[in-house]
Design a protein around this ligand. Structure first.
Ligand code: PYC
Length: 320
């Protein structure tokens, strides 16, 4: 029987499952190289961790790889915690902010790290997380920037719409909407519209800056909460919607706001999610865009030992 030990959490409603033991050995190299090795040689592992029957479409998994000897050094109060590769129901993510908060909360829960400031290498670059005494976690993300503004796209269901293309650790198409309600009752309609936009971008050959598919669609409208500036709906690459305000998506939004002169360094942007949870974002300006810092809260939901029975026909996934 194969066993994979995980710590499960949610960040502002969005689930994360961090693999603490039982993952494949990916050898040496950068987080991006390890992500490629995981994808090429161990993709079944992704299915085992996040997909049914052990997971579901919204779960983001994280394979945490501490540096050699890291776990022998008692409780850490700061410094580098190693590398991580995040993945979801269909693929691998460049970066995941809510997952980084989930990783921080999981390592704090396991007594491996205490409150402090830590660096983490992800395939998209090195990020920093600050675990505060109030339980919140602030993630200083990779540089985020907009590459196209007010781009017009012909969709099947809503005609011509316009949006921005921006990077926040993943590629996003950001659209302001006014004819759909940003509420959980409207998730089927919002999902259908976001899927239509993604198809339309593909059809029109509109891509991220490196020729990468724009695989996250982010819809915005006015907030419901009095203590928020905006509300969003984010459709992830596998069709699931982010229950949190999506940290990489909020980073992309901050880059667009800064480019439009609507957000200055030191100001706080409060992004509400489709379920009514919230991230706070601030920026430092760079020549190309911004360095965003996103703050939120993550809570532990389970300490699990996933069992993979070799006799189980459906061990690798029910729908894969
Ligand atoms: O918080 O960055 C994020 C994220 C990406 C996909 C789901 N959540």
């Amino acid at each position: 029987m194969r066993v994979i030990e995980t710590l499960d959490s949610h960040t502002e409603g969005e689930p994360t499952r961090i693999v603490m033991a039982g993952g494949p050995d990916l050898g040496g190299g950068t987080a991006a190289e390890k992500r490629d090795r995981l994808a090429q040689s161990h993709d079944r592992f992704r299915h085992l961790v996040v997909n049914e029957p052990r997971g579901f479409e919204a779960v983001v998994g994280g394979l945490w790889m501490p540096a050699d000897g890291f776990l022998d050094h008692g409780v850490h109060g700061g410094g580098s915690i190693g590398q991580v590769v995040f993945f979801n129901n269909v693929a691998y993510l460049g970066m995941c902010v809510h997952g980084t908060m989930g990783l921080g909360a999981s390592l704090r829960h396991a007594g491996i790290i205490a409150d402090g400031r830590y660096q983490l290498e992800t395939p998209a670059g090195t990020v920093t997380m600050d675990l505060g005494r109030d339980g919140s976690i602030a993630v200083e993300n990779v540089e985020s920037f907009r590459i196209q503004e007010k781009l017009v796209v012909e969709t099947d269901t809503h005609g011509r719409i316009q949006g921005d293309v921006a990077w926040g650790g993943n590629w996003f198409f950001l659209v302001d909407i006014n004819d759909l309600k940003l509420s959980v009752d409207w998730v089927p309609q919002l999902t259908a519209f976001a899927a239509d936009i993604r198809r339309s971008l593909l059809r029109a050959g509109i891509q991220g800056g490196d020729g990468h598919e724009i695989d996250h669609i982010e819809l915005f409208g006015p907030p419901t909460r009095a203590d928020a500036d905006s509300k969003n709906f984010v459709m992830c690459p596998g069709g699931a919607y982010d229950r949190s305000p999506c940290g990489t998506g909020t980073s992309a939004k901050l880059a667009c706001l800064a480019a439009d002169g609507k957000l200055q360094a030191g100001e706080v942007w409060r992004q509400e999610s489709i379920i009514g949870s919230r991230f706070e974002g601030t920026i430092q300006m760079t020549a190309r865009g911004v360095i965003p810092t996103i703050r939120g809260r993550a809570f532990i939901t389970a300490e699990s030992r996933l069992q993979i029975d070799p006799k189980d026909t459906w061990a690798g996934g029910v729908f894969d």
